[in-house]
Design a protein around this ligand. Sequence first.
Ligand code: GDP
Length: 365
Amino acid sequence: SLTAGIVGLPNVGKSTLFNAITQAGVEAANYPFATIDPNVGVVEVPDERLDKLTELVKPKKTVPTAFEFTDIAGIVKGASKGEGLGNQFLSHIRQVDAICQVVRCFEDENITHVSGKIDPIDDIEIINLELILADLETVEKRYQRVEKLARQKDKDSLQEFEVLSKLKEALENDQPARTVEFNEDQDKIVKGLHLLTNKPILYVANVKEDEVADPDANENVQKVKEYAAQENAEVIVVCAKIEEEIAELDPDEKDMFLEELGIAESGLDKLIKASYNLLGFGTYFTAGEQEVRAWTFRKGIKAPQAAGIIHTDFERGFIRAETVSYDDLLEAGSMAIARENGRIRLEGKDYIVQDGDVIHFRFNV
Ligand code: GDP
């Protein structure tokens, strides 16, 4: 299954945040896809649409969708040279689908920083450089092999050589692969290389307890935002300490606590939503009297594959997908009125499922 990996230098708040994730998270055993591993936390995806659908349909049961975070400890300077735990760290990163990099933006004299000072950009660059160096090694190996074939004017090799040259140049200039522009064909070649710096990335700025209400007052947060903007990456601000406390509260207490802090949404909820998007996920819903449920799909898949997420029989015997968009359904106020108004579409096997679709699959058994 798809997973977002949490990385960061030592003492930036990774364990604290990961604790909050596992505390707030759900039993992996309830989700057949989930990995049972102490370094994996399974979280439910908060979604207001699911709450609204529940109000509308009044089912016996409501089931949110979920996905995984993996805690990846052990980044050190020199990881790409295979020092210490370095190799292990890189192989763990290779397995995740998106990266959440925790960056220390909080000052605390009692908690030492590996470089002796709080400098979020320095920290980000230490990690990114290790990933860039590891990728450069991958690209150079391939480059040497393809260069020979390209000289013999082999067409595929010429195209790959062009891609590798662009990547090599970027990486040599400390630019991550994700910042390089490629066309669709070239993109396929890049994907095949499984580069670390081509994975989508999100920066998690960890601030102090009293800074969450107004994080932009924190200069370090501003710096991280500027840095991320150049990379087209997103930044989420959290206070890991507070998230750890929130994770122990029940939902009513949580709302009260957030109000006291002057924030609308917990940092963890923001992180879950942002990571979900980063992974290229969308949500579709099924809404019956028994159960209203959210399902995660990879954006771009067609109706039969989406049906297969519920059950392989649904995919095999797929006939059609009776589909209404969440907005149309909500506007209609009930499935019956949506049907009367012609808002329920009969979609076939080539239909590309959209985020927010409410679907009833018809299938042969
Ligand atoms: P890791 O090495 O990145 O996993 O960092 P930890 O989660 O172990 O945190 C290192 C230290 O920083 C611990 O003493 C935490 O209690 C503290 N810490 C983590 N997050 C915060 C925070 O948001 N605010 C403050 N004041 N301290 C924090």
